[in-house]
Design a protein around this ligand. Structure first.
Ligand code: SF4
Length: 573
């Protein structure tokens, strides 16, 4: 593979997941990634576009996806052949605390004269501990938007300059000292850069390996794309590392960064030119106010791209906006996360709306022509008990019957897992919210990821449920919900069986591990013999469980050949 200025590398959550026996349970069930969190952050594409437009050569390598697809893929042998001035590794989600660091360590051994840079929210929070404990990390780029600082860094490295003072947001080493440049680059608009899907094509041409270049392993079977409309949030959900207080306290973001409706339209058009895959419009379009939301909808209406469009909402949507959305076409999906049917728990988590308001939205949505409304529920909330969690299914059944909504209403449930986010208000002040936090440091979270069962990966319990009860509540919620969904024809028998196989295994493997712990035996060794079964449950079965998450269309059927050819011509000229 040819050399490049920057190699952007996405690691699996646990580097050696192929050798270890770990049962992470349902932690990735409601996202496109599998359990190793193989989806690279959208920032990889914006960063690549930004740097390539300035003449730098960038390569994206999704090691997590490649390692899932090719079980014999030899990571060190492959990385030895990748020559870059800077290796940029994302440490955005804390689930990568093990894999990202181990890949960084490996690259430094293989390429001791190159630089290693980390970026993303988790490295922005834990920068001091990471720089202290891992001397092979040369840089951390703090903040939620690092394209400009990263470009300055790449320029200086290309010129052979080793003074990095003056690059905003950068943490770096000078001799044996850690230098911390002020976090001052916090843009208020996202219009300065757009992820270019032409560059995604370019990546595939460069690596000639789809598994290495696609955003996540199952993208080939079931692609989904995304347009990020804002950074920051106006809410403060207590376990969320994307909340207003996190952005303000740790990323110095005092206001939202918004993308203009026109720029959102351009990105949607650029995806739709090449792919018919669903497009997820990320972040509630009302974050920048009602007018902006309506403008975004008008922009999308003018484009009329024909792709399935998915929107997430942080609080219930009124009838007028639902009607405007439904006029976009007959392929509009919307999502909202009420978290629970228990109002007291929902309010305590930071979502202050009543069931009555949610139910009004559901009734309006099912009447308005919206194709499907998805409800996301969660276990591990303040005031929530095992019975409350199991009651999610009953509430969903009630909503189906009230609205005659089978086929138009979906529900998913998952534990708040594996971590309440460091920097969230519940992590910073757990007692106030009824939480008990077990792991506080980066290295404690890293170690937790190697625990053999997801009960011990959880970094918290609540005043109302200990970790064992959170596990049991999550399993019961999943089983009951699957039974209701099968009863109403929302899922088939095969999916119900897959749900129950996983929940049974979750209980059985936990009993084995805890039996060994009581006997003073090694908790890891009892689960080693179950490795093949774990892989079957976490890979094949998880694909079955994810079938309802978003509309299906294979990559090949999703391609729009003329748009792909136009994209190729643009990048080759
Ligand atoms: S979970 Fe809550 S705080 Fe976090 S991004 Fe969503 S609405 Fe905002």
């Amino acid at each position: 593979m040819p050399s490049c200025d920057v190699a952007l590398i996405h690691a699996p959550s646990v580097y050696d997941f192929r050798e270890r026996a770990i049962f992470p349970g349902p932690i990735s069930e409601v996202v496109p990634s599998l359990y190793v969190f193989d989806m690279y952050p959208i920032g990889f594409l914006t960063l690549t576009s930004f740097l390539e437009e300035r003449g730098f050569r960038v390569i994206i390598l999704n090691l997590a996806s490649k390692m899932l697809v090719d079980k014999n893929f030899n990571v060190p042998r492959f990385l030895k052949k990748i020559n870059a001035e800077i290796y940029g590794i994302d440490l955005h989600w804390l689930v990568h605390a093990h894999g990202s660091i181990e890949i960084a360590r490996m690259i430094k051994n293989l390429h001791p004269n190159s630089y290693i840079a980390l970026g993303g929210i988790s490295s922005s929070y834990f920068w001091a501990e990471i720089m202290k404990n891992y001397p092979f990390i040369d840089f951390i780029l703090r903040g939620d938007s690092t394209e400009h600082p990263f470009a300055s860094l790449v320029e200086r490295v290309a010129k052979g300059v080793d003074d990095f003072s003056g690059i905003p947001n950068l943490v770096w080493r000078e001799d044996h000292r850690v230098r911390v440049n002020p976090l001052t680059y916090v843009p208020e608009s996202l219009d300065y850069v757009s992820p270019s899907y032409d560059f995604m094509l370019k990546q595939i041409l460069r690596t000639k390996d789809l598994a290495l270049s696609t955003p996540f392993a199952s993208f080939l079977k079931n692609p989904i794309t995304a347009v990020l409309t804002a950074k920051g949030c106006v809410f403060n959900c207590i376990g969320c590392g994307g909340s207003r207080s996190f952005y303000s306290n740790f990323l110095r973001r005092r206001c939202l960064a918004l993308k203009s409706p026109e720029r959102i339209g351009e990105e949607v058009e650029s995806i739709a030119e090449k792919l018919k895959a669903p497009i997820f419009i990320l972040a509630d379009i009302r974050l920048g106010g009602r007018d902006r939301a309506e403008k975004i909808i008008r922009e999308l209406r003018t484009l009329d791209v024909g792709n399935d469009l998915m929107f997430e909402f942080f609080f219930p949507v009124d009838r007028s906006l639902l009607n405007q959305l439904s006029r976009l076409g007959d392929n509009i999906y919307i999502q909202i996360s009420p978290e629970t049917q228990v109002e007291r728990a929902r309010f305590a988590y930071g979502r202050p709306y009543r069931n009555k308001t949610l139910e009004k939205m559901i009734a309006n949505s099912t009447r308005s022509g919206i194709k499907r409304l998805d409800l996301y529920f969660m276990t591990g909330l303040p005031f929530q008990t095992i019975d409350d969690a199991a009651g999610i299914a009953k509430y969903f059944e009630h909503l189906l019957n009230e609205n005659d909504a089978a086929g138009k209403l979906e529900a998913f449930t998952a534990p708040l897992a594996p971590f309440i986010d460091p920097g969230s208000v519940a992590f910073e002040n757990p007692e106030k919210f009824g939480y008990n936090v077990y792991y506080r440091t980066f290295s404690e979270h890293r170690n937790a990821l190697l625990e053999p069962h997801w009960k011990y990966i959880l970094n918290y319990s609540t005043k109302w449920m200990n970790r064992g009860e959170i596990v049991e509540a999550s399993l019961r919620a999943a089983e009951r919900l699957a039974e209701v969904k099968q009863k109403y024809g929302i899922i088939d028998k095969e999916t119900l069986i897959a749900v129950k196989e996983r929940t049974s295994f979750s209980r059985e493997s936990l009993a084995l591990i805890e039996g060994a712990m009581k006997r003073g035996e090694d908790r890891h060794s009892v689960i080693n013999s179950l490795r093949d079964r774990i892989i079957e449950l976490m890979e094949e079965r998880e694909f079955v469980l994810k079938r309802e998450l978003y509309p299906k269309i294979g990559l090949i059927s999703s391609l729009r050949p003329i748009g792909v050819i136009k994209g190729l011509v643009r990048i080759l000229l």
